[in-house]
Design a protein around this ligand. Structure first.
Ligand SMILES: [Zn+2]
Length: 246
């Protein structure tokens, strides 16, 4: 590897098959990372951690570095709360992390990776639009209407942004409440996103019937379960909580 890089540089790499567009992006990122690395034939390879002076590598340090890089352009603590909400499982945080980086396997992303054809990109709801993140979660007449159903549950009205971070901020801003309740509001935003994705997948892979009311019921049950598991003082039955959620 060292010899090859020294001789030909990264452009000399040969691949066993043609790269997908998203893999070419990774190669470019790798090229940038290696741009200032000077390899020496007679020096052995070793691992080093250069991000924190005087501190050895740990998962915690790596987490902070990734967090700093990812959130550098997003000055909102709410956003971090949404990705790393303490009430949800790791798989849901991972889903949110992928969503904010546009790495979810939406139909448009699958098309860009060469996995499905151009005509298969359309939204499952039959609205005729391409399934991208903003459409699927916020704009689609079927999936987007879930938000208004949830607002209706809280006897609120509003118009939402189609960008995920702005949408989350708007949703959060509709409620006037204290810190603990704010955490519950964030959780409900989370539950809507997860329910849309989960039921969309079940409709695709198990041919389940899909409608907005079904998703809203799923949101309520999911949020109730999450709150009941994590808030000791929460002692409401499901039906009681549905009729008075805040
Ligand atoms: Zn749609």
């Amino acid at each position: 590897m060292v010899e090859m890089l020294r001789r030909e540089g990264i452009h000399g790499w040969r691949w066993r098959r043609q790269l997908f567009a998203w893999e070419e992006e990774l190669v470019e990122q790798c090229r940038i990372l290696l741009a200032n690395v000077h390899l020496q034939v007679n020096v052995s390879d070793k691992w080093s951690w250069n991000n924190t002076q005087g501190v050895s590598y740990s998962l915690k340090e790596a987490y902070y570095v990734l967090q700093k890089e990812f959130f550098a352009s997003i000055n909102t603590p709410l956003f971090q709360d949404l990705v790393w909400h303490p009430f949800v499982q790791a798989k849901v945080s991972l889903f949110m992390w992928r969503l904010f980086q546009d790495k979810l396997p939406t139909k448009e992303n699958l098309f860009r990776r060469g996995i499905i054809s151009v005509e298969d990109q359309q939204c499952l709801a039959g609205c005729g639009e391409v399934e991208i993140v903003s459409h699927l979660f916020f704009v689609c007449p079927l999936f987007g209407s879930v938000w208004y159903g949830v607002l209706n549950w809280f006897a609120l009205f509003g118009v939402f942004h189609k960008d995920a971070i702005n949408h989350a901020n708007q949703f959060d801003g509709l409620f006037l409440c204290g810190r603990v309740t704010r955490q519950v509001i964030n959780l409900i935003w989370f539950a809507v996103m997860w329910a849309i994705w989960k039921l969309r997948n079940e409709a695709i892979f198990r041919s389940h019937v899909l409608n907005a009311n079904l998703i809203i019921e799923h949101v309520k049950l999911l949020a109730w379960r999450w709150i009941r598991l994590h808030v000791k003082e929460f002692c409401y039955g499901y039906n009681q909580w549905c009729s008075q959620p805040l």
